[in-house]
Design a protein. Structure first.
Length: 134
């Protein structure tokens, strides 16, 4: 979950891009991880953070969220923009994996990059259209 999940997705994408052999089909892994990411983002509170921006950007790029989801997520991101144009998350995260927990700080460049990517993907129509009414 969290950063571990987003980084697993990126690692599979890089492995596929550079021809690294994986034990499972890379496309199937990407689909599975993207589905988990989508479920996690839908369950997340609407509070901006570095992880929120990262998860929204990757969800828009590799999952198929509904446009209603996307509109709400983008609004959270837009409201978090600083007067100087940056997105900042000064709160350290606790990253836990394989029995270890480490603090992590997030540079504004990382947070801003994912915020801009998420908004750009939204503006370019990422996400599934709403279901047709019956």
């Amino acid at each position: 979950s969290g950063y571990i999940l987003t980084h697993q997705l990126v690692a599979v994408l890089w492995a596929e891009r550079f021809g690294v052999a994986l034990p499972d089909d890379p496309r199937a892994l990407v689909q599975r991880l993207a589905a988990l990411l989508l479920a996690e983002q839908r369950a997340a509170p609407p509070a901006f953070s570095d992880l929120y921006a990262e998860r929204v950007a990757l969800t828009l790029a590799y999952a198929a969220p509904g446009r209603d989801d996307v509109a709400g997520w983008s609004e959270v991101i837009m409201q978090a923009q600083q007067p100087d144009g940056r997105w900042v998350d000064d709160r350290p995260s606790q990253l836990s994996y394989d029995g270890q927990t480490l603090p992590a700080r997030h540079e504004w460049t990382h947070t801003s990059g994912f915020a801009v990517l998420a908004l750009a993907l939204d503006l370019n129509g990422a996400g599934a259209p709403p279901p047709a009414s019956r």
